[in-house]
Design a protein around this ligand. Structure first.
Ligand SMILES: Cc1ncc(COP(=O)(O)O)c(C=O)c1O
Length: 492
């Protein structure tokens, strides 16, 4: 068996400190590259986790996590008592090109527009990368009824004839708009005419559409701080002057905003389950917000992204259900209740705005597929969508409970979890003045993908914390993962 080439390997790993790419990802990518390029040959022994960790000056858990991931994907094989070896029989030439790491060319600032320059520092791109445990907002994909969904997709495709091979309705399939209207009446207390619904490619496109139709450049927007990252960024890119509004026990602090900021054209809020703090907006705050919008002529965007998942009592009706003045634009998504790749969301607009939204959506390219829309509407009408939500609610409640208990028992010296009655993530406050970006990077290095609370902020908060998605993590794996989290945080 060839001996491992420790010195040469270390020279070729090319780990850079102080970059935005976590060490864990760098080691992982470098080892893959060395294997794919044939510099590490099948059967070759890798350094032990202790040796590599000592040489690189990282924790042993970091290296262990990388080796485990490479083993799961078949790049290496661990033999008990003998060590870790590059897998035998790997025909690297047969691997598709996208498996090979590439250097991305960088665009010179001079050749891109001012708007693109605002886009380049976006923090929201985290959504596109690979998923590690505890990333916020990820559903239990392993429990999604894929076969059932494929059956509906197939039925929808088969029923598609030449009549409906054109662009179809610009607001989206009427059958889906009807299914959504029924769902909103039954679950959110909203009396909605299907004609008021515009289907979009996810909630994010609904925010773009709303900004295009409602805002002029430099208009003021009141936005929750902390708040949803991608929503804030797209409003800024489209020229809005986005003002941070703090959150108190009752939700968005409207009195603070009235005292500090200029009158808004639009107010963006997540009343059911504040993103990311988890607060539910109180009834009195909802009424105050609606009254203020009526008096000042501001529009409200209600982002109701994960309201299906409530674990205590009945969900409060949507803010939109209390809106007699029709100033609320209600945004829903299937990214959480189904899965993000479905790319279907919607916005419910006051009747006077239907035409403008539909025409704007046409210009954006009507980007969801009518076949997928049809499949979703059949799934909803057969009651299977509600069945799935009911099941996921039970699963997520259990995952929330297990994560909370694990954090209390394993991380008492480093974290204070904030109890939550809804949603798919939990906030944990960091103890001992640990900076949340430092904690985030250290945890990423050991394969744990929480988000730092500060990434959701434009104004700093008094405390630092991390946001942990529990919905996508099997509860059986949580004790081990939380122990790893605790060991890592203890070193900071
Ligand atoms: C607060 C909030 N709103 C909306 C969305 C959904 O976006 P989309 O429907 O575009 O996937 C997310 C997704 O992460 C979110 O966190």
């Amino acid at each position: 068996m060839p001996k491992h080439p420790k010195g040469a390997l270390l020279q070729n790993l090319g780990i850079e400190r102080g970059t935005s790419v976590p060490i864990y990802r760098q080691i992982d990518a470098s080892l893959r590259r060395l294997i794919l390029e044939g510099n590490l040959r099948p059967g070759q022994k890798l350094p032990s986790t202790r040796e590599l960790a000592d040489e690189l000056g990282v924790s042993r858990i970091t290296v262990k996590t990388v080796y485990e991931q490479l083993a799961i994907e078949g790049f290496v094989r661990s033999k008990t008592g003998a060590g870790t070896f590059v897998a035998e029989g790997l025909d690297v030439k047969a691997l598709p090109d996208f498996q090979r790491p590439r250097r991305q060319p960088r665009l010179a600032d001079t050749v891109i527009s001012g708007r693109a320059r605002k886009i380049m520092p976006s923090k929201a791109a985290v959504r596109l990368d690979r998923i590690d445990p505890f990333r916020p907002g990820v559903p239990a994909l392993e429990l999604f009824p894929v076969k059932l969904w494929n059956k509906y997709l197939l039925d929808a495709a088969i029923s598609c004839d030449r009549q409906n091979m054109s662009y179809g309705e610009i607001k989206g399939q009427s059958s889906l708009r009807q299914s959504i209207a029924r769902h909103l009446i039954n679950t959110r207390g909203m009396q909605v005419d299907p004609e008021q619904i515009i289907i979009t490619a996810g909630a994010q496109q609904a925010f773009v559409l709303t900004a295009l139709v409602l805002l002029n450049p430099t208009d003021t927007v009141w936005y929750e701080n902390p708040g949803h990252i991608a929503g804030r960024e797209v409003l800024e890119v489209l020229g809005a002057n986005v003002m941070p509004v703090p959150i108190d026990d009752e939700g968005m602090d409207i009195n603070y905003a009235i005292a500090k900021h200029t009158k808004p054209a639009l107010i963006f809020t997540t009343p059911s389950h504040q993103q990311p703090l988890g607060t539910t907006m109180s009834l009195s705050r909802r009424l105050m917000l609606l009254n203020y919008a009526r008096e000042s002529g501001a529009w409200i965007v209600e982002d109701d992204y994960d309201s299906e998942f409530r674990y205590r009592g009945q969900p409060l009706p949507a803010l939109s259900a209390l809106d007699s003045e029709r100033s609320v634009f209600y945004v829903g998504t299937f990214s959480k209740s189904m899965f993000a790749a479905i790319r279907i969301g919607y916005v419910v607009v006051p009747p006077a705005f239907v035409e403008a939204f539909a025409l704007a959506q046409n210009l954006l390219g009507q980007s969801s597929s009518s076949v997928v829309e049809k499949a979703l509407s059949m799934l909803m009408d057969d009651g299977k969508f509600s069945d799935h939500i009911r099941k996921m609610r039970r699963v997520y409640r259990e995952r929330r409970n297990v994560l909370h208990d694990c954090l209390v028992t394993e991380c008492a010296d480093s974290l204070e979890p904030q109890p939550t009655d809804a949603g798919m993530h939990m906030l944990a406050w960091l103890k001992n003045n640990v900076d949340d970006q430092t904690a985030h990077r250290a945890l990423l290095d050991v394969g744990i993908e929480c988000l730092p609370l500060s990434v959701y902020c434009t104004e700093p908060l008094a405390r630092s914390g991390i946001v942990l998605g529990f919905s996508g993590v099997n509860e059986r794996h949580m004790p081990k993962l939380v122990r790893r989290m605790s060991e890592t945080l203890r070193t900071l």
